[in-house]
Structures are given as structure tokens and as C-alpha cells.
Design a protein around this ligand. Structure first.
Ligand code: AMP
Ligand code: GLY
Length: 421
């Protein structure tokens, strides 16, 4: 099977790594990829957002399967462009990807499907914003309606800050802001692979969204993740499949916009039960790094079964009993205005010395001097596995310690609490 992966972050590196280990994959390509992905796939300098260019590339390569990683190409209709050439594609249509592309649309689907989520108002005027903030009270949750790479959400006890963010959202994009009830309790990311009818949940993971230890600092794209969740109810996956994933997939099919690809449910485990915080239309980053580290079933066959509507006949995924931890190393000043061009050292040392640990690249590039330097905010996902979370964690941090990056920062508490359970 010839596979083309679209994207260039650590999630795509994780996808490419797993695909490269699948004996069915005879040739692996990635566009645009990054300098780390180049170790396992052939790179192509194609704009991931350009559907025609991606479809042209897939055709030229004779790809049997295209896997779209990030949300922006999906929302831009890249999967539709690929499928229109008769090439199988893992990733939802532009219309189905609105589940992530518009929070207002997601709320509408959830209401129709009876999926438990935070109560919310979609506001377009300052007066509506005031009324909604007043109705829910503090802490305030204010979300930009459109895509914002995890940074469009403000959760604050400060009414003035909540109002200011809401007004900024109204002033840009589609002019809509979502204000919702605050959900307390731990967060869980649960992914499901679906062909639009059958739903196959993967293993749950937890992401660390805040920049600093102890969940302090600003929201980021994600600073680390682990799986499994020793503290979670063993029935969680089954419950979420029944109350969230299957009804959502059924509702989208009923609307004539079936969702095939990866359905990501961001959940809060509240005192009143499980609630959906958000849906995404693609693999989560960095959760994918730990979920795929535990997947034993060859990935390409699973993704192709989803892309071709044959998931019902595919064997259930198998998982390692062990654990995986990923720690994100971010560049100086991330998430504000990350500095780029800083050299990264120690990568070879991890590859040589650390068993069961590996480095997945995100914002990196090779410079003219042959060094690997930073090229974005989240730079590396250092991932390790072990028989327990504590062991995986120890290995991941040992590898992190070998890596040198001027001004780089990472959280030191990824999976710390869960490893004590
Ligand atoms: P989102 O982009 O919707 O995933 O939001 C980013 C982060 O903001 C989430 O992972 C939560 O930590 C937080 N958040 C979003 N919605 C809520 C909510 N209703 N209650 C509490 N925290 C929330
Ligand atoms: N880890 C959060 C996300 O992928 O949106």
C-alpha cells in the first residue's frame, strides 16, 4: 500500500512512524512533513491547504490512501479534493469537518443527537454577550466560533477579561462567539475511527493544555499527554461510545454529511457525568503520540478500512497493556510569539542511548549548516513507553534531559499524578 500523509507536526510524525512499521505499507510519503519525518517518509513540498495540489500529488504518486492530519486542510476540503480523483482518503469532508470548524455547528449537532455538553449561547452582539455571561456567572468560558488552534478559548474568573475576549471574537472571523457553562472535573481525550456508520473507539488519553506546571499559564496546543488513564472508570470508553460517539456519527449521517475519519471527543468528567467540551475532526496532538505508541494493530489497514467504509469487517484494535508518555518541548516564548532558529542538540544521543524512547518532530527544520533548528512553537514530542506510567514517564524525562535548546521549555509534571495512582 502506498500512503501519503498530509501535515508536518509531531502528530504526523507519529502517524508516519506507525505507518512505516506496518508491513502492508510499501511506500510512505508526507507533504510537507518535517526534518524528523524525512527519516521514515519521502517528503514533498506541497501546501497542505491546497486541495488540487494535494490531489495532484496523490495521483502522481499512485497513492492508495491519503491520510490528512491537521484540521485546516480538512475544513478547506482537501479530503473531498482527493476523493474526487477516486483515491481513498482518511479524513472527513469539508461539511463534516465543520464539527470542529464551527463550535456553533457542533453544539447544534449535539443538541439534535442528545449528546451531553455544556449549556451555551451563541452571541453576535455585546448585549447578548453581557446577558450570557450574567446567566452563567463565573468562571466564564468564552470561545471563538472558528478554528483557533486551541488558543481561541478563554476560561477566567475575570468578567472584564471574559467580555474583552468575547468582543474580540465578535469583531473577527464569522462574528460569532460561544459562551458556555463552566465544566469542572478532569479532561479526557477519546478518539474514534469511523467510516460514517461504524465507530471504533481508541484508548483514552489525557492532554495537558496549559503552558506551565500545575495547569498554570496560558492555553496551548498541548504540552504533553499520557495513556492509559489508571484513574478513569473502566466503563468510560463504552459509555462515551454509546452516549457521544455513535449518536454524533449517526446524526451527521442522517443530515446527509456522514463523518468518516477520526472523531475526537474532548470530554470533561464532571460530578454530573461525562460532558463533551469540544469535538475535533482529526487526531489530537499530542495525544496521538501516546495512543499510537500503544496500538498493536497495523495502522494502515485500520485507516483504509475507515476510508473505504469497511470498518464493520475489520478486527478490533489490539493494545499494549503498557503505558506511554509524551512530553512536548516548546521554543522560547511559546505560546505567545515563539522564537525560531535556535539549534537543537542531543537528538542523536536519545536515539543511541534511550531504549523505548524516541523524539517526534514538530516545529523543526534543517539549516544551511546541517543543524536542526526550531521552526515553530511546539518543537519536539519526546515519547516513551513502559510497563507502567511511572516507567514510561521516567524514560521520557530522561530523554528530555538529553536535549539542548536555548530558551526551550517543557512541563515537568506530565502524567505525574496519574503515575501515583
Ligand atoms: P476547546 O478549544 O474547546 O477544547 O477549549 C480549550 C480548553 O479550554 C479545554 O481543553 C478546557 O481546558 C477549557 N474549556 C473549554 N470549555 C470549557 C468549559 N465549558 N468548562 C471548563 N473548561 C473549558
Ligand atoms: N491536544 C488538543 C488538540 O489536538 O486539539
Amino acid at each position: 500500500m502506498k500512503v501519503l500523509v498530509i501535515g508536518g507536526g509531531a502528530r504526523e510524525h507519529a502517524l508516519c512512524r506507525s505507518l512505516s512499521l506496518d508491513p502492508e505499507v510499501t511506500s510512505l510519503h508526507c507533504a510537507p512533513g518535517n526534518v524528523g519525518i524525512a527519516d521514515v517518509a519521502e517528503l514533498h513540498p506541497v501546501d497542505a491547504l491546497d486541495g488540487t495540489a494535494v490531489a495532484d500529488l496523490a495521483e502522481r504518486l499512485g497513492a492508495d490512501l491519503v491520510v490528512v492530519g491537521p484540521e485546516a486542510p480538512l475544513v478547506a476540503g482537501v479530503a473531498d479534493a482527493v476523493r474526487s480523483r477516486g483515491i481513498d482518503c482518511f479524513g472527513p469532508s469539508r461539511e463534516a469537518a465543520e464539527l470542529e470548524g464551527s463550535k456553533a455547528f457542533a453544539k447544534d449537532v449535539m443538541a439534535a443527537a442528545g449528546v451531553p455538553t455544556a449549556r451555551s449561547y451563541v452571541c453576535v452582539t455585546a448585549a447578548e454577550v453581557d446577558a450570557a455571561l450574567d446567566a452563567f456567572g463565573a468562571p466564564y468560558v468564552v470561545k471563538d466560533d472558528g478554528l483557533a488552534a486551541g488558543k481561541g478559548v478563554v476560561v477566567t474568573g475575570d468578567l472584564a477579561a471574559a467580555k474583552a475576549h468575547a468582543l474580540a471574537c465578535i469583531g473577527t472571523g464569522d462574528g460569532r462567539v460561544v459562551i458556555e457553562e463552566y465544566l469542572d472535573g478532569p479532561e479526557v481525550s477519546l478518539f474514534a475511527i469511523t467510516d460514517g456508520t461504524t465507530v471504533v473507539p481508541l484508548q483514552p488519553a489525557q492532554d495537558f493544555k496549559r503552558a506551565l506546571d500545575g495547569d498554570q499559564g496560558p492555553n496551548t496546543g498541548g504540552m504533553g499527554a499520557y495513556s492509559p488513564l489508571p484513574w478513569a472508570d473502566p466503563k468510560l470508553v463504552e459509555e462515551v461510545e454509546r452516549t457521544v460517539l455513535q449518536p454524533t456519527v449517526d446524526e451527521l449521517r442522517r443530515r446527509g454529511t456522514p463523518f468518516s475519519g477520526l472523531l475526537y471527543a474532548g470530554l470533561a468528567i464532571t460530578s454530573r457525568g461525562v460532558r463533551v467540551i469540544e469535538f475535533n475532526a482529526r487526531f489530537g496532538d499530542p495525544e496521538t503520540q501516546v495512543v499510537l505508541a500503544r496500538l498493536r494493530t497495523p495502522l494502515a489497514g485500520l485507516l483504509r478500512a475507515a476510508a473505504t467504509g469497511q470498518l464493520a469487517g475489520h478486527p478490533a484494535p489490539r493494545w499494549s497493556d503498557g503505558a506511554a508518555v509524551t512530553v512536548v518541548i516548546a521554543s522560547y516564548n511559546y505560546p505567545d510569539a515563539p522564537r525560531t532558529g535556535d539549534p537543537i542538540t542531543g537528538l542523536d544521543e536519545v536515539a543511541e542511548k534511550d531504549e523505548r524512547a524516541y523524539v517526534l518532530h514538530a516545529g523543526t527544520r534543517g539549516d544551511d549548516a546541517g543543524r536542526i533548528v526550531t521552526a515553530g512553537g511546539r518543537v519536539l514530542s519526546v515519547t516513551a513507553t513502559g510497563s507502567t506510567l511511572a516507567k514510561a514517564r521516567e524514560r521520557a524525562y530522561r530523554a528530555v534531559d538529553r536535549i539542548g535548546l536555548d530558551g526551550g521549555h517543557h512541563r515537568t509534571d506530565i502524567a505525574a499524578e496519574a503515575a501515583r495512582v
